[in-house]
Design a protein around this ligand. Structure first.
Ligand code: AMP
Length: 220
């Protein structure tokens, strides 16, 4: 694959995009940017506007205009993003995808691939319901398959783990249906561009990553 790949990740909430993003970043030595993580960091610092926070907690989407601006200002325009990147959670709408294409085209750049981590809704739902996070440092655990060393406590800092507000059942239902209604169209968008890579996400993270690596390193 190109030395400085520009990759975006698609998949249901709970499909393991974040984990794959970190593995891709490590393997190809590119920075990863997660728009959801950006919002969670802002919240931790007490800087997330109340109306945006409420929208996220309810499982809704932040406006295209706001997200586009944030992703450019906080990441795409920075020095570290010039040598390739992996984006997790952005773009999430066709309008955002078109904006990103336009932004890159202006710099004579383009995306390398859109990796779609495919997982049945029921499996994604179960994964999310088991997810627990550290409110202090953002570490992620899962009561089903990635327990902390001491029950309910962060391995890194010992803080009691919590469930993300938007991982509660009602919000998850909204996020899943938003994905189906809005974000899933991106698989068609990138499919039409010949950039879509679909991998089965129903395995251990290492196995899923090996599949991604296989396709990216050796496109058929
Ligand atoms: P995530 O961690 O990717 O599941 O994102 C958590 C939440 O942040 C989402 O449910 C949205 O409310 C918001 N968010 C993150 N990325 C975007 C985006 N690209 N467009 C709109 N809202 C977003």
């Amino acid at each position: 694959m190109a030395q400085h790949p520009r990759i975006i990740l698609l998949g249901l909430p709970g499909s393991g995009k974040g984990t794959q993003g970190a593995l891709i970043a490590q393997n190809w030595r590119v920075p990863a940017f997660s728009s959801g993580e950006y919002f969670r960091n802002l919240r931790r610092e007490g800087k997330l506007p109340a109306e945006v926070s409420a929208k996220i907690n309810a499982g809704g989407l932040v406006s295209d205009e706001d997200v586009n601006m944030i992703v450019v200002e906080s990441f795409l325009s920075t020095q570290e993003a010039q040598a390739g990147f992996v984006l997790d959670g952005y773009p999430r709408t066709v309008a955002q995808a078109a904006f990103l294409d336009e932004y890159l085209t202006k710099q004579n750049l383009s995306l390398t691939a859109a990796v779609y981590v495919d997982l049945p809704v029921e499996t994604a739902f179960r994964r999310i319901s088991g997810r627990r996070v550290c409110p202090a440092d953002g570490s992620v655990y899962n009561v089903y398959y990635s327990q902390p060393e001491r029950e309910g406590l962060c391995n890194l800092c010992g803080a009691p783990l919590i469930q993300r507000e938007d991982d509660r059942e009602e919000s998850v239902k909204t996020r899943m249906s938003t994905y189906e209604a809005v974000t899933k169209a991106l698989t068609v968008y990138y499919g039409d561009q010949g950039k879509l890579i679909t991998v089965d996400g129903a395995s251990d993270p290492g196995v899923v990553f090996a599949r991604i690596q296989g396709v990216l390193d050796d496109p058929a």
